[in-house]
Design a protein around this ligand. Structure first.
Ligand SMILES: NC(=O)c1ccc[n+]([C@@H]2O[C@H](COP(=O)([O-])OP(=O)(O)OC[C@H]3O[C@@H](n4cnc5c(N)ncnc54)[C@H](OP(=O)(O)O)[C@@H]3O)[C@@H](O)[C@H]2O)c1
Length: 253
């Protein structure tokens, strides 16, 4: 099957392209670096023409923006442009990568962007599957990088059920070549605490940083406490635990 991966050069997109190719599919990579832009629409028609399925795994560099307005603008434009170009190109299935918690939390900018993307994708002129995924195992260290000031960083005390990006990619590949499913949650196998994840990841990478647990100065407010960011009972659970992922992140002394 010919499948396009929009954002196919990113953290999720790259292993997704590999998983689809391993499955014998003909994969088109669409990103700005290959001449396709989801915000302006430039190059999208050419890239998506003749693809039976399109997966949108694009996203702005989230370290470069923390403002909900910017993220909503990016994801709304991406959903409109990718949906229209996919339908014009003859695709029968659009898969959109979203985030668990998008229906329960309005504050965090990334979730505001993902909600805008889901709303637009549902109006796209072809059948869709929205895959709501939990954060990756890298999320603790990612948030520390986002809030870092000098030798310190702040990480919110979130409960999450993180997953390995390779597992998410394998699940997205299965979904892309199957029939449209509407809505699906994908999560890692265990609940973890984001502050603990950040500490252990930075220690494994030998990146000394003084971490402080707080809601203040982070993209998450106290409304994200408790179980709001955990998946529902019907979620597909992926196999790789945070502990086993961390073994690969370890940098020898
Ligand atoms: N990481 C996870 O486990 C996870 C979990 C839940 C949801 N998600 C969602 O998955 C998406 C991708 O995440 P990621 O971690 O893979 O991000 P990433 O590593 O930053 O990759 C982003 C991708 O989007 C492309 N891109 C950026 N701006 C573009 C534009 N204007 N037009 C076309 N392509 C553009 C980038 O390529 P170019 O720079 O070459 O354009 C790159 O291929 C995001 O929407 C994120 O919210 C990720």
């Amino acid at each position: 099957m010919r499948v396009a991966v929009v954002g196919g050069t990113g953290r999720v997109g790259r292993p997704l392209v590999e998983a689809l190719r391993r499955g014998g599919h003909d994969v088109v990579v669409a990103a700005r670096s290959t001449g396709a832009d989801v915000v302006t629409g430039r190059g999208l028609d050419g890239a998506l023409r003749g693809c039976a399925a399109v997966v949108d795994a694009s996203g702005p560099s989230w370290l470069s923006t923390r403002r909900a307005r910017d993220l909503e603008g990016f994801f709304a434009a991406a959903a409109d442009r990718v949906g229209d170009a996919a339908a014009r190109g003859g695709a029968q299935h659009l898969v959109v990568l979203s985030a668990v918690g998008v229906d329960r939390l309005s504050g965090p900018p990334l979730l505001a962007g993902k909600r805008a993307q889901e709303e637009r994708a549902r109006r796209a002129p072809l059948r869709t599957t929205v895959v709501r995924a939990t954060p990756p195992h890298e999320a603790g260290a990612d948030v520390a990088a986002l809030t870092r000031e000098g030798d310190g960083a702040v990480v919110p005390p979130l409960l999450v059920q993180p997953l390995a990006v390779a597992d998410l990619a394998a699940e997205l590949a299965r979904v892309a070549v199957g029939p449209p499913r509407g809505l699906l949650e994908v999560a890692g196998p265990r609940t973890e605490d984001l502050v603990d994840m950040a500490r252990r990841t930075l220690s494994a990478r030998r990146e000394p940083l003084e971490l402080r647990a707080s809601w203040r100065g982070t993209p998450f407010g106290v409304e994200a406490a408790g179980e709001v960011l955990l998946p529902g009972p019907g979620a597909v659970l992926t196999p790789t635990t945070f502990d086993s992922w961390l073994l690969d992140a370890w940098v020898p002394a």
